[in-house]
Design a protein around this ligand. Structure first.
Ligand code: CP
Ligand code: NVA
Length: 304
């Protein structure tokens, strides 16, 4: 049976193994050890939306492990001229070993997975961003030495990144507080599933409109853009609604002294985060970005 990675839930109880093995792979790479486990393997990568990190990390991961990656934009594919997602999946499956798909709609990722006989990896959709989250928890574990029992505060939009981070918090037994403006809370489904997991692992998931409660004594302060790709039409309205949720020095002074600041990037400096926080000694945003490379490696190795 092929294994897809559409949601953080697809890693289930293995999630912390992905994290630990990702950290091990990174060390091994830094020690100069060669890994040719993707020899003769090809990854097709379909990007309906822009990407810097996801594209470069997957492509580089394949190269470093002896494989090959093909960047595909629907603009240049027959998919952009009406070929169905199902047929695209059937055809690519006859040629490549896995497909990465960054899509506007979650249903389209599900559709591709349904008709592909090779693993499909969700490279971000409107509901989740699972590959990012492996790199994020690798970063937290590297910096804090553990995951269980930490307090993670996410401040901002209840979006794809937030949903995936919250599910993973439930899986590793971290306390997760998400503070959003009214009306921008994460979807009920993700809160419910995360709470179920958290109960099993003795941690808490809390949704609030009060960022002070969320950030108080936090070990990790995380934010993401206010306006995700595809929401450009809501820019003005959202920027107004999120104004007081900017992660700035005053806000992070509520966190623990040794808190770490995280952001999946790209950052809109001066909006969701100030330069003074993004460039502070507590900020780990570039380690986090670097970890995408090693996270993609473990994901590819587990799935292919
Ligand atoms: N964090 C992230 O997924 O970045 P990209 O949009 O650049 O891939
Ligand atoms: N929430 C953002 C993440 C970008 C990596 C978006 O969907 O645009």
């Amino acid at each position: 049976m092929k294994r897809d990675l559409i949601s953080v839930l697809d890693m289930k109880d293995d999630f912390e193994k992905f994290v630990d093995e990702g950290i091990r792979l990174k060390k091994s790479f830094k020690a100069g050890r060669k890994d040719s486990s993707m020899g003769r393997k090809t990854l097709a990568m379909i990007f309906e939306k822009a990407s810097t990190r996801t594209r470069v990390s997957f492509e580089t991961a394949m190269t470093q492990m002896g494989g090959h990656a093909i960047y595909l934009s629907p603009r240049d594919m027959q998919m952009g001229r009406g070929e169905t997602i199902a047929d695209t999946g059937r055809v690519l499956s006859r040629m490549v070993d896995a497909i990465l798909y960054r899509a506007f709609e979650h249903e389209n990722v599900m559709e591709l997975a349904k008709y592909s006989s090779v693993p499909v990896i969700n490279g971000l959709d409107n509901l989740e961003h699972p590959t990012q989250i492996v790199a994020d928890y690798m970063t937290i574990k590297e910096k804090k030495g553990k995951l269980k029992g930490l307090k993670i505060a996410y401040v901002g939009d209840g979006n794809n990144t937030a949903n995936s981070l919250m599910l993973a918090a439930g899986l590793v037994g971290a306390d997760f507080w998400i503070a959003t403006p009214k009306g921008y809370e994460p979807q009920e489904y993700f809160v419910r599933e995360s709470k179920k997991l958290a109960r099993k692992h003795n941690s808490e998931i809390e949704v609030t409109n009060n960022f002070k409660e969320a950030v108080a004594a936090a070990d990790v302060v995380y934010t993401d853009v206010w306006v995700s790709m595809g929401e450009e039409g809501e820019k003005e309205k959202k920027e107004k609604a999120f104004k007081s949720f900017q992660v700035n020095e005053k806000m992070v002074s509520l966190a623990k002294e040794d808190y770490i600041f995280m952001h999946c990037l790209p950052a809109h400096r001066g909006l969701e985060v100030t330069n003074s926080v993004a460039d502070s000694k507590n900020s780990v945003i570039f380690d986090e970005a670097e970890n995408r490379l090693h996270a993609e490696k473990i994901i590819l190795k587990k799935l292919l």
